[in-house]
Design a binder for this molecule. Sequence first.
Ligand code: ADP
Ligand code: ADP
Length: 230
Amino acid sequence: PLVYEAIGLKKDYDGGQVQALRGVSFQVKAGEFVAITGPSGCGKSTLLQMLGALDRPAAGTLNYRGQSLPDAADPAAYRAHEIGFIFQAFHLLPTYTAVENVQIPMFEGKLSLKERRDRGVELLQQVGLGHRVHHFPGKLSGGERQRVAIARSLANRPSVLLADEPTGNLDSHNAAQVLDLLVKLHEEQKMTLVMVTHDLGIARLATRTILMKDGQVVSDGALPPVTPAQ
Ligand code: ADP
Ligand code: ADP
């Protein structure tokens, strides 16, 4: 089944001076790991914000499981229950411990205090941070902070993860750990994963890569092989 279907998405900024998206079309099927790549300014983040219902297209069709996302009755409910968002900057609350940060999305729900706490610990164990439950973000490495953010993104059992340059602030060792975790969530839990990255090496981990340039899709499928230097 199709998770996303985008047809002819357009988005301008600054009264039309910047054409961030100029007719973008693609599909994402359930369980796919899709990378969106391309040079800085090509419209990757703008597109991801639309998939996350944080912004709406000026023109075009964007469906989530067959229903128009821009016309959704309750975009906040979509963001809270259908998707998990992972950002380059981890956006953890510094005065909350790891397990408290993970519980933030569950505050609105029906879980008891104990159920919330147990689920928070379980999610931290799942991302390999069972030994960091009561640490504050300031005491964690960058990779550990991003793994806390990933645990938080899973709190309400989303069916889709949207990640915007999730390793952009990490050194290569921590980046590899975070990427391993995302690949594991995709492979073992069948999460649908859409990841924006300008790093072609990371894009190659995906099952499919959408390459953008100047607000348009220039290829969709496998990335062209690296040409050996002459
Ligand atoms: P990418 O994520 O690929 O770097 P973006 O989607 O962030 O690209 O940006 C696409 C284009 O739209 C760029 O030219 C960028 O400067 C512009 N842009 C993005 N957001 C805004 C905004 N809020 N206001 C004005 N221009 C923006
Ligand atoms: P990324 O690193 O993901 O490409 P950017 O640094 O391009 O993100 O953008 C970060 C935020 O700033 C986004 O919310 C984007 O919409 C906004 N933004 C990007 N370019 C511009 C711009 N030219 N004017 C105003 N806001 C912008």
